[in-house]
Design a protein around this ligand. Structure first.
Ligand code: SIN
Length: 279
């Protein structure tokens, strides 16, 4: 799982580490090991976890401050869910959604890039999973940054990107929002293109999402050309890895340096995950 950047810089460390199964009882005992693994790996994988939604919040607190979910009013049943746990699901019961983000493919994105203080980490705990569908993929944005030619690295280091806040990761308009007509003036948080993971000191390219992104200060055509060029480096299949879910799996990843995407979930199959995000 290591890669050798074309420009001779150090190869990327494997982004995944697999840790022992987690239960409510084992969480406190394994916390130091989890924190230690996080220093070296921006993606941690656990199998056969038996965690309640409240345990998931406790798990999230190992990495930062769990963020309350803005609204789940249209979701079938949130009884017993702590405010920080969001249901991600394609299941529809009696015409109402059980969770968010549906069953379509989700393109590469970073969680909460469109707010001024984005999620540092996100975690998904699989409750129901379809056989061999709905994989979540992770893209190492430190390795992508390492692959940029030196001049492009220098250019992006001096620039920021505006991240559209009008649409979800599924591309749907958020409640009450109108479609964006002019991306040079539309709303969204502005973040530097280059971020450093404090745990490793490695730089990473922070792209967020392609749709409606804009580089403030550049003419629109120049912004589009730069973004297309940068996103082009994300297409290298050697820099991304899938996670194929089993019920009980738990994956936590560092949003500052990893992007993620999801394969589509076929109609008729059921997938239900609990998600937490931390700042
Ligand atoms: C997400 O992008 O937060 C959800 C990813 C997934 O459903 O695998």
């Amino acid at each position: 799982m290591t890669h050798s950047p074309a420009d001779g810089t150090e190869p990327a460390a494997p982004p995944f580490a697999t840790l022992p199964p987690l239960t409510s009882a084992r969480l406190p005992e394994l916390a130091p090991r989890i924190k230690e693994a996080w220093l070296r790996h921006p993606v941690l994988v656990f199998h056969q976890c038996e965690l309640t939604p409240a345990d998931l919040v406790e798990f999230g607190a190992l990495f930062g401050t769990p963020v309350p979910v803005p609204t789940q009013e249209d979701i079938v049943d949130t009884t017993g869910l702590p405010p920080e746990v969001m249901i991600i699901s394609n299941i529809v019961e009696d015409g109402r959604r059980v969770g968010h983000l549906g069953g379509g493919e989700l393109g590469w994105h970073t969680d909460m890039c469109y707010v001024s203080e984005p999620a540092l980490a996100s975690a998904l705990h699989a409750i129901e999973t379809p056989e061999a569908h709905g994989d979540t993929w992770f893209l190492d944005m430190s390795a992508v940054f390492d692959r940029l030619p030196a001049a492009l690295r220098e250019r992006t280091a001096a620039l920021s990107c505006k991240h559209d806040d009008s649409r979800t990761a599924a591309g749907d308009l958020r409640y009450g929002r109108d479609p964006v007509l002019d991306i040079t003036t539309s709303s969204g948080a502005v973040h530097p293109f280059v971020r450093v993971r404090p745990e490793s000191g490695r730089k990473a390219l922070y792209l967020g999402r392609r749709l409606n992104s804009y580089v403030p200060g550049l003419p629109l055509a120049e912004s589009e050309a730069l973004l297309d060029e940068l996103w082009g480096y994300c297409e290298d299949p050697a820099l991304s890895w899938p996670h194929r879910w089993q019920p009980g799996d738990l994956v936590v990843w560092d949003n500052r340096v990893m992007m993620h995407r999801r394969d589509a979930i076929p109609d008729g199959s059921r997938r239900l995950m609990r998600r937490i995000q931390v700042r």
